[in-house]
Design a protein. Structure first.
Ligand code: TRP
Ligand code: ZN
Length: 979
């Protein structure tokens, strides 16, 4: 009898939802070679119970280990011992397995052509596949291992012959053909799946009555048995059959070849994608949808039909998405010479989606919050996010689809590069400095903490348990910074040459990060010593700079030293290759022309073309390194790391007055902003220390003056002002402390905000007055800048909790004609508990209760609140009729929002942690990917004081001991405890 291997996830103690619920309540049936093997329910349950209890006890014993023993290795050993220990002769526990980059092997078989046939039904869906398989090495016959998860096998045929049960082996994760024919053969498989019960939103599932798919990273295996890995690239045809009235629209990748009517009220379509693709780019959508249609003519004259699909009532809200798509298509032609390659491009908006959007070939699927927008319902930030993400998914057509990843460790090859491309696109469409400030803030607030915590991993991870957990700010945002460094080092033209060579060499291939590196290097004959370390070393490098001026020699020296902190599994680090863009300011605040540089015993001329150079990119490669500028006749103020030329923490010897000078004069706008932030961080850290020692808090008058002069400077961009007068986030400050103290940081941040508001009340009031507008909403930089500044000023004023200001904010709320201003006014009022707050929240809900995307903003605003004891309110909101744990956006708004409050999530009594702990266990049974994102809020628990540590650890241990934990949550929770 065939060995049946239960999956780790199979120990889920029979959740009420999901496929395991279905399997556990019915006989497990596997049809092999025509005869059905039926495992009685009773056996299944009893075996499963045994496994569950063994695993639970193993996992809790892990948490009892001393911290020294509880390192990553120990966890790994435990994982392995669970994995290899036979539990019963018939059933074996398959515990989470760690997968390593170093173990990559080429596939033994390739797939040439794949024909899929879907018969969509109300209870079950049949999926038939016909695959042309050929061996990598002609004549060598090895087993063919197919991935499959939560699938019911109906039939399997090789070269038209149904297989006998001894010809293959089926376990809960694989279908193995032990000795397939040598040479090319056809494989035909029929499976049965249950999309209606799929709450994981991975594979084929239903959202608001429509069918849709999400296959990246490893969801295709939940649709049919397949070699679910990106280096298997094949040409697909897809036939879909469904009830015509329930599912009038049937979409898949590529071109529509054929469609027609069938008996019984059904219809069918046939799609064919002429491009080879990995299965993670497969997509299918079926349902009641309508489209906004437009077209784009490529520069070589191809007319592309553009369609954005939504439920009929949402179509008016797709204008901005269509504008964004056309802008992205044009931009990729202009900047990279890249054209779209098919005659049709579809975007579908779905309300239930784990992530932002997915770049399936010619059929992008989007979370509806990243498609739907109207001035009344979407904020400026939403409009900007839509532009960026529509661009991002479109740009994947070349960076991701035409050239894809060899394996999932290479994810940043497509994601880092495509984030870089979408950042550049948004910059060109709006304001470059403001976009750069946003991106760097995001990196600092989210990626730096990850890089300094238990989940720290390189841009190209070395291992994973569940790939979904590695769609991270490190792979995406730090990965984009790595791509940006190539451009900084090579210049725009050199970078473009590298991109051209990359496509020339690798179009149609699945490649690695080295291949991208090599294209950049070879196209420019560049010497990129050690640059690859950016892909393999985790942790944010710390760079210290000290300066000295020699008046006699007219030289100015910058001495750099660098240190990469240890991260889990990487104790010792090599020095990195860090491009540092530097300019020098004279006493009038002008850039000093840079002529020559003394470095490594050589004098290098800087201006080769004779043109004055104001910024030079220093290549810092050693642990300690000095650069000396010559012909510098007065002591300059250095502007270091212009444009944030490398993802590092920089510490310099600039004084407060140097920083104020840079804030006033630097020609590099990013560094102007940065000077203010460095100053603010210093001030905040000092005040935090004062607060902890119960000293009175006093704000430096020069800082107030600095803010005032920016606020009143008509020459500055308004959005730049809004960013420059915004204090660094609480997370950023906590990140810089020995022991993070959320109460102190919150108190200090509130104190500074209030102090600035009362000192500059007149200026803030006139800022609000002079930035009103009665014109209709326009999405452009000028208008967004005006609203950003006005809203920032209003938020400062509202911190005063002054009745006069409350009525001003209420007036703004009532007179607002767009969501940006309406929401900002509500948020201003909601800063302070009381009747005004309650009333405005109630009014807003009654206005927008029928628009789920707006209701999510209402959830998020309340969840995020720093009003003490807010956990009770959030618990109540869990039972609000508009809340639903099955919808990721709602979870992100309410639960994710709550975790963003330093005061309430980190409440010292542990109430915030207990709340999240319970939710994670509940959520994990519905949607492991989303639960895993939520549990990450615990990951930095060791940064806090002993009381908080104990409370957070208790929750992590409780989660680890939960029955039937998903691999997703297991990985984050166990690594958080281990590090
Ligand atoms: N490739 C998608 C992107 O462009 C990411 C993505 C969408 C994803 N849905 C997912 C990743 C689900 C993992 C799981 O960024
Ligand atoms: Zn992407």
């Amino acid at each position: 009898m065939a060995r049946l291997v239960f999956s780790y996830k199979g120990c889920s103690g029979f959740p009420k939802t999901g496929l395991w619920g279905l399997i556990s309540s019915a006989p497990l049936k596997a049809t092999r070679g025509g005869s059905a093997l039926t495992y009685p329910t009773k056996n299944f349950i009893s075996t499963q119970r045994i496994i569950t209890s063994k695993v639970a006890c193993r996992r809790s014993s892990l948490s009892l280990l001393s911290p020294a023993v509880r390192d990553k290795q120990a966890i790994r050993r435990l994982i392995c011992s669970v994995a290899t220990q036979p539990i019963s002769t018939e059933a074996k526990m398959e515990a989470p397995k760690e997968i390593f980059l170093k173990d990559y092997k080429m596939p033994e078989y390739y797939f040439d052509k794949v024909d899929l046939n879907f018969s969509l039904g109300e209870e079950k869906t049949f999926v038939s596949s016909k695959i042309v398989v050929y061996p990598r090495i002609e004549g060598v016959s090895s087993p063919l291992v197919l991935d499959g998860h939560d699938l019911k096998l109906v039939t399997i045929k090789v070269n038209g012959e149904e297989l006998k049960k001894e010809d293959y082996n089926l376990d809960s994760r694989h279908l193995t053909l032990s000795s397939p024919p040598s040479g090319t053969f056809t494989l035909e498989i029929v499976t049965e799946i249950y999309p209606q019960k799929n709450t994981s939103l991975e594979g084929l599932y239903k959202s608001s009555g429509n069918f849709c798919t999400q296959c990246e990273a490893e969801g295709f295996r939940k649709i049919t048995f397949y070699q679910d890995r990106p280096d298997i690239m094949a040409k697909y045809s897809v036939r879909i059959e469904a009830d015509k009235s329930l599912y009038p629209v049937l979409l898949s990748n590529g071109n529509l070849i054929e469609q027609g009517e069938l008996e019984g009220g059904k219809h069918y379509v046939l799609w064919e994608d002429p491009f080879k693709k990995p299965c993670y780019l497969f997509a299918l959508v079926a349902g009641q949808l309508e489209s906004r249609d437009d077209k784009f003519v490529t520069r070589s004259g191809r007319e592309v039909a553009l369609r954005i699909w939504t439920p009929a009532q949402d179509l008016p809200k797709t204008v901005h998405a269509m504008y964004s798509l056309k802008a992205a298509m044009k931009w990729d032609e202009d900047v990279f010479g890249l054209e779209y390659d098919l005659d049709l491009f579809n975007i579908v908006a779905v309300p239930d989606f784990n992530m932002g959007a997915m770049e399936n070939k010619s059929l992008n699927i989007f979370n509806s919050k990243l498609v739907l927008a109207s001035p009344e319902t979407a904020s400026d930030a939403d409009y900007a996010a839509i532009l960026g993400v529509i661009g991002h998914e479109y740009f994947h057509n070349w960076t991701g689809n035409r050239v894809t990843c060899r394996d999932w460790f290479q994810l940043s090859l497509k994601e880092g590069l495509t984030v870089f491309r979408d950042q550049e696109f948004s910059s060109d469409m709006g304001s470059r400095p403001v976009k750069r400030i946003d991106d760097v803030s995001r990196l600092r607030n989210y990626q730096f903490p990850q890089d300094a915590g238990p989940m720290a991993h390189p841009v190209r991870p070395h291992s994973y348990i569940k790939m979904d957990n590695f769609y991270t700010v490190t792979v995406y945002e730090k990965g984009a910074e790595v791509v940006r460094m190539y451009k900084t080092l090579l210049g725009s033209q050199g970078f473009r040459k590298g991109m051209d060579l990359y496509f020339k060499r690798h179009d149609g291939q699945a490649v690695t990060c080295e291949e991208f590196f090599a294209a950049m290097r070879d196209a420019n004959e560049a010497n990129f010593h050690n640059f690859l370390l950016w892909y393999s070393q985790a942790g944010t490098p710390s760079v210290k700079v000290t300066s000295s001026f020699n008046a006699e020699a007219k030289t100015y020296s910058l001495k750099f030293s660098q240190e990469v902190p240890p991260t889990p599994g990487q104790q010792v680090k090599e020095p990195m290759f860090i491009p540092v863009a530097v300019g020098l300011l004279d006493s009038n605040g002008n850039d000093i022309p840079l002529t020559s540089l003394y470095h490594d015993g050589m004098l290098e001329s800087i201006s080769a073309s004779g043109q004055p150079v104001h910024t030079v990119v220093l290549q810092v490669k050693k642990k300690e390194e000095e650069f000396v500028f010559s012909n510098i006749s007065e002591r300059p103020i250095p502007s270091i790391l212009r444009g944030y030329s490398a993802p590092i923490r920089l510490e310099s010897d600039l004084t407060d007055s140097d920083l104020l000078f840079l804030l006033a004069h630097d020609s590099d706008e990013f560094n102007r902003w940065e000077a203010g932030q460095v100053l603010a961080r210093k001030i905040m850290l000092n005040l935090v220390a004062d607060f902890q020692q119960s000293k009175p808090l006093i704000l430096d008058a020069k800082f107030v003056d600095g803010i005032k002069s920016m606020l009143c400077d008509p020459s500055l961009d308004k959005e730049f002002i809004a960013k420059a007068i915004t204090l660094p986030g609480a997370g950023e400050i906590m990140d810089m402390m020995e022991v993070a103290d959320p109460d102190a940081v919150h108190a200090v941040r509130s104190f500074i905000r209030k102090h600035l508001a009362s000192e500059l009340k007149a200026e803030f009031l006139s800022t609000v007055e002079s930035n009103r507008s009665t014109e209709p909403y326009v999405f452009n930089h000028n208008n967004m800048s005006r609203r950003a500044l006005k809203n920032t000023a209003l938020a400062y004023l509202a911190s005063l909790d002054d009745p006069e200001i409350t009525s001003l904010a209420l007036h703004e709320y009532k007179s607002a004609t767009n969501m940006t201003e309406q929401f900002a006014a509500m948020a201003a009022i909601a800063q302070n508990p009381g009747k005004a707050r309650d009333d405005v929240l109630a009014d807003f809900y009654s206005k927008w209760e029928n628009d789920y995307l707006v209701v999510n903003k209402w959830f998020a605003l309340q969840a995020f609140s720093d009003i003490p004891g807010n956990v009770e309110n959030v618990k109540k909101l869990l039972n609000h009729p508009a809340f639903d744990m099955h919808n990721p956006n709602k979870v992100y708004s309410l639960i994710g929002g709550f975790c963003g409050s330093p005061v309430n999530f980190h409440a010292k009594d542990g109430s915030g942690y207990r709340f999240l702990g319970e939710i994670v266990v509940q959520l994990d049974k519905i949607n492991p990917q989303v639960a895993s994102r939520m549990v990450s809020a615990f990951s930095r628990w060791r940064r806090y004081d002993a009381t908080r540590q104990a409370a957070a650890k208790e929750q992590l241990e409780m989660i680890m001991a939960a029955n039937g934990l998903s691999e997703n949550v297991f990985e984050i929770a166990s690594k958080s405890l281990a590090a």
